[in-house]
Design a protein around this ligand. Structure first.
Ligand code: HEC
Ligand code: HEC
Ligand code: HEC
Ligand code: HEC
Ligand code: HEC
Ligand code: HEC
Length: 413
């Protein structure tokens, strides 16, 4: 085997590999279809589909009929565009009988370009009913950031391996030429090889060790985040997909948290606000969303509710539950206390399935009341009390225990 030739072949191979990693396709030059997909599914999919008319027109390939500036202006404030006398804007508004599309002024120009990149990418393969699933999962599904490291690691691994093989071969040749030893009979031939190639073997061991440790680290990291605690729920509802990827606000679904004791679990009619139009999921296709339809009585074929259908509520399995002797109110904490859901429930937006993040013990409640300052800003109720408490405790820092947060009666009936 010619060492030099092999080395060059490897070099060329690596070069080609890195070229293909950095290659961009056309749509990426315009905007990032991955980001576009996120915004589209979260903000637009309730009214727009790519391939057919929903509440608004099909947006697949929209850039073929409108220019980018127009799409940006329309998306960010279509009422303003119409007010400026834009004929196209007025015409499409009339065509849809004056249905209102909300203004999305918080979206940047780049955001809209990203959405368009997604609609263009999504429109290319004309979806036939059969390969619908494939197109929805594959859009923007290019290699993730980790892959380049894996490939690099493998390349280094390969180089070292080849170096060793070449070296070992040379050593064997030397040993073979040695009249005092016979290769086949001498059991210590491997020791000799090892001793002669100490450096190379050390290097090899280190590389393998790093590789294995890295694998171990990542497999440990994923335990409990994706596969750990999984109380079986009747529908494979993912918080990661909804609250994370699609950035749906927690209180869009758990709207009770702000007003009352309990944070409600949304009814299926809330799901239908979107799932009337979002009829397939990236992981389970139609299967899981069909369970929503079975609960409310919705016909996928006709996209219509079935008349006279008796609704069946979904029986979600409850995860958090305080004993009856304790009283806890969400409104007190979320609204008055201004505490983020995540402080108590952890990174729900990253959980495929929710698990109990905090212990919910009395000690846990009390500790936080001792440590947390009461948010008195813009809170008329506290202004007066704040001054009195400051005087009483001789400090500027008013924690929950000072307003009675440790009194038994506050948490126990
Ligand atoms: C509440 C429903 C609704 C939402 C949400 C919505 N749209 Fe629309 N959109 C419409 C309607 C309805 C029309 C048709 C024109 C009209 O009646 O105003 C429309 C028209 C459009 C058009 C013009 C299409 C054409 O063929 O000229 C574009 C572009 C568009 N929407 C982009 C978006 C984007 C991007 C989003 C998400 C950021 C979005 N829309 C979210 C309802 C909506
Ligand atoms: C699209 C609707 C939706 C959104 C958005 C949403 N949730 Fe939920 N949430 C649900 C549903 C449905 C359940 C019940 C099924 C389950 O446990 O996964 C639930 C369950 C939970 C539970 C467990 C309740 C129990 O049984 O003890 C917590 C905690 C929770 N959500 C917190 C959050 C937080 C925090 C956010 C925002 C980061 C959020 N949710 C966003 C729909 C939603
Ligand atoms: C504000 C819009 C919205 C609401 C409300 C909503 N979803 Fe979704 N849902 C989505 C979007 C967007 C997707 C992802 C579609 C995609 O990426 O192709 C999705 C996907 C899904 C999937 C498919 C998951 C998969 O991987 O295949 C299921 C199941 C689902 N949602 C259940 C629910 C349930 C149950 C509720 C009510 C508690 C709900 N959704 C409420 C927007 C919503
Ligand atoms: C101060 C801590 C804390 C904060 C902040 C908090 N929760 Fe909770 N949450 C709890 C506790 C404790 C329970 C168990 C309540 C019970 O069993 O009565 C709970 C229960 C729930 C439940 C199950 C239904 C229920 O009310 O029993 C949901 C859903 C939920 N929380 C969602 C949310 C959402 C969404 C937010 C943010 C808007 C939020 N929580 C903020 C502590 C908190
Ligand atoms: C993350 C910190 C935190 C945790 C955990 C927490 N609390 Fe609180 N709690 C607060 C804050 C902050 C306030 C003050 C809210 C306000 O401004 O009124 C408060 C207020 C209260 C009050 C009203 C006190 C008063 O004097 O008006 C009750 C009752 C209460 N919490 C019960 C609980 C219970 C029960 C638990 C445990 C299941 C709990 N809290 C866990 C931060 C927390
Ligand atoms: C900040 C809220 C809070 C305050 C203040 C509080 N408790 Fe509790 N207590 C709880 C919660 C929550 C539980 C349930 C914990 C659990 O299930 O592990 C509990 C549980 C208990 C229990 C049952 C213990 C058990 O093992 O089941 C007793 C007894 C109790 N508390 C007594 C008291 C007394 C006495 C006081 C006043 C000195 C007090 N608590 C103050 C929140 C509070």
């Amino acid at each position: 085997m010619n060492k030099q030739r092999l080395f060059y072949q490897l070099l060329v191979g690596m070069f080609l590999m890195s070229m293909s990693l950095f290659a961009q396709d056309e749509s990426e030059l315009l905007g990032d279809p991955d980001n576009g997909k996120k915004i589209f599914t979260g903000q637009c999919a309730a009214c727009h589909k790519l391939d057919k008319k929903a509440i608004g027109p099909a947006l697949g390939g929209v850039a073929e009929r409108r220019d980018m500036d127009w799409i940006i202006a329309w998306t960010r404030n279509n009422a303003q565009l119409r007010a400026s006398g834009d004929k196209d804007a007025i015409a499409i508004f009339e065509e849809y009988n004056g249905s209102l599309m909300p203004a999305f002024e918080y979206l940047s120009e780049q955001d809209v370009k990203d959405i368009v990149a997604y609609t263009m990418a999504g429109a290319k393969p004309k979806p036939s009913p059969d390969d619908d699933k494939i197109t929805t999962t594959e859009v923007g599904g290019d290699s993730d950031d980790g892959s380049i490291w894996i490939i690099l690691g493998l390349a280094i691994f390969l180089i070292v391996l080849i170096a060793i093989l070449v070296k070992v071969k040379n050593t064997l040749k030397v040993i073979k030429g040695d009249p005092t030893s016979s290769l086949l009979e001498d059991a210590s031939v491997f020791t000799k090889v090892a001793v002669r190639n100490r450096k190379v073997i050390t290097l090899f061991t280190i590389v393998v060790a790093i590789f294995l440790l890295n694998q171990l680290y990542w497999s440990l990291m994923s335990i409990g985040v994706e596969e750990g605690y999984q109380p079986e729920q009747p529908i494979a509802f993912s918080h990661k997909l909804h609250a994370g990827d699609n950035q749906i606000d927690c209180q869009y679904c758990h709207y009770g948290a702000e007003k009352g004791k309990h944070s409600n679990i949304p009814s299926v009619s809330v799901c239908m606000n979107c799932h009337q139009y979002v009829q397939e999921g990236p992981k389970h296709g139609e299967k899981e969303i069909d369970k929503i339809y079975a609960a409310v009585g919705f016909d996928r074929e006709t996209s219509q509710y079935i008349e006279g259908y008796e609704k069946k509520p979904v029986k979600w399995v409850r995860i958090h539950n305080l004993p009856d002797l304790a009283y806890f109110s969400h409104a007190q904490h979320v609204n008055a206390g201004n505490i983020e859901c995540q402080t108590c429930h952890g990174p729900v937006e990253e959980m495929e399935e929710v698990y109990q993040y905090s212990p919910l013990t009395m000690g846990w409640c009390i500790n936080c009341h001792r440590e947390t300052e009461v948010d008195t800003k813009e809170n008329g109720y506290y202004e007066e009390m704040h001054e009195k408490l400051k005087a009483k405790h001789g400090t500027d820092k008013i924690t929950v225990d000072m307003i009675g947060g440790l009194e038994c009666g506050k948490c126990h009936y």
